[in-house]
Design a protein around this ligand. Structure first.
Ligand code: KIV
Ligand code: ZN
Length: 387
């Protein structure tokens, strides 16, 4: 059976850019957008046009240069927002308006000071209004993660009646457990009348570290789009990390899910976003962290040298990383030392390795990692000892 194609909706430039202290200028946004287009994402959420002249300009300029992806602009369920988003998107060959409203009791009672019926009415009107401008309208039910399923289904049904092509089910506060979120998507797939006219989208935040797990459970239960950001950046603990969900689908072929992402461009895109946003990537970050393909303990290094598959499930080249690294530390063994010395052109017999290892440990106990210069020094010390 053919794999099901999951749409990748990148919101690095909108939800990702909401990260405190990491403002991008238009030229940086354009560079990132063109990389995202080359990466093969399906949708680029370029900004929230009504929020500032800078965001309007970014969405307008990005709409002109993006060749393949749909370009999307966010709005509230407010006519003025939708007018401005439509204007910012007018030069896009594939424009999408993303409009919506809070649906949880927290949002309805405390933020909107409204009622469930009024919210349903506003959702319907916003989608209908956006349809005047574009065919492709995505509706978001903000805080869907904490919205009771039956009411959420009623809102989704109305959004479809008004013409929504995509229904975004955000776990805005990152509250849901993977099973809960999966069940929510399943419930909507089974209970929303007209669901075949639209697709469901996941939009998970990482407050409890479950954004990736929730998104994957969402698509396993019928959602067809994942909203995510490069490096998982975003408000608070961030959004779902694009590189993680893409590689999970590519590693677990049995899920029968595929994306159009060119995975060997992931690392480069990650570094670009990190540099522009002045946000270093944590070393142990899955897929793109500097330690993701580095091996430092003796047991692991020995296995890696024998066969990469002993300790790596991904070929680093598949995500654009040159190669795995064997890092020499005081935890490394003779196999790793021999391997690294070989790479430097020293080929040693077993008794010579024993001597070199003795000097190596002396250095390694003082220094965190042993580099090539240290190895040359160690070889000099071995020679002196031999004289
Ligand atoms: O997290 C969220 O609910 C959002 C919506 C505005 C889509 O970012
Ligand atoms: Zn969000």
């Amino acid at each position: 059976m053919k794999d099901k194609r999951i749409q990748i909706f990148d919101t690095t430039l909108r939800d990702g850019e909401q990260v405190p202290g990491s403002k991008l200028n238009t030229s940086e946004k354009l560079t990132i957008a063109s990389h995202l287009d080359g990466l093969g994402v399906d949708v680029i959420e370029a900004g929230f046009p009504v929020s500032s002249p800078g965001d309007f300009e970014a969405v307008y300029e990005i709409s002109k240069i993006v060749k393949n992806a749909t370009v999307c602009g966010l709005t509230r369920a407010v006519e003025k927002d939708i007018d401005i988003a439509a204007d910012a998107l007018k030069l896009s060959s594939r424009p999408r308006i993303h409009t919506g409203i809070g649906t949880s009791e927290y949002h309805i009672n405390f933020k909107l000071n409204s009622t469930q019926d009024e919210v349903k009415e506003r959702a319907f009107r916003a989608v209908k209004y956006a349809k005047r401008y574009v065919e492709d309208v995505e509706f978001y039910a903000e805080d869907a993660g904490r919205t009771e399923n039956q009411y959420l289904a009623e809102v989704c049904e109305l959004a479809i009646k008004a013409g929504a092509t995509v229904l975004n089910i955000p776990d805005t506060t990152g509250y849901c457990l993977p099973q809960q979120y999966g069940e929510k998507i399943k419930y909507l797939m089974e209970n929303v009348k007209g669901i075949e006219k639209a697709i469901l989208s996941t939009h998970c935040h990482n407050d409890l570290g479950m954004a990736t797990a929730n998104s994957i459970t969402g698509v396993m239960n019928g959602a067809q789009q994942i909203e995510c950001t490069i490096n998982g950046i975003g408000e608070r603990a961030g959004n779902t990390s694009l590189e993680e969900v893409v590689m999970i689908m590519s590693q677990h072929k049995h899920l029968g899910l595929e994306t159009g992402v060119v995975t060997n461009k992931l690392y480069k895109t990650s570094r670009l976003v990190s540099e522009f946003m002045h946000m270093p990537v944590q070393p142990n970050k899955a897929i793109v962290g500097s330690n993701a393909f580095a091996h430092s303990s003796g047991i692991h290094q020995d296995g890696m040298i024998k066969n990469r598959s002993t300790y790596e499930i991904i070929d680093p080249e598949d995500v654009g990383v040159d190669k795995s690294t064997i890092v020499l530390t005081a935890r490394s063994g003779r196999a790793a030392l021999k391997y690294r010395l070989n790479q430097l052109g020293f080929s040693l017999a077993k008794n010579e390795i024993d001597v070199a290892y003795h000097f190596f440990l002396k250095h390694a106990d003082k220094k965190k990692t042993i580099d090539n210069n240290d190895l040359v020094k160690i070889m000099d010390e071995c020679k002196e000892k031999a004289v």
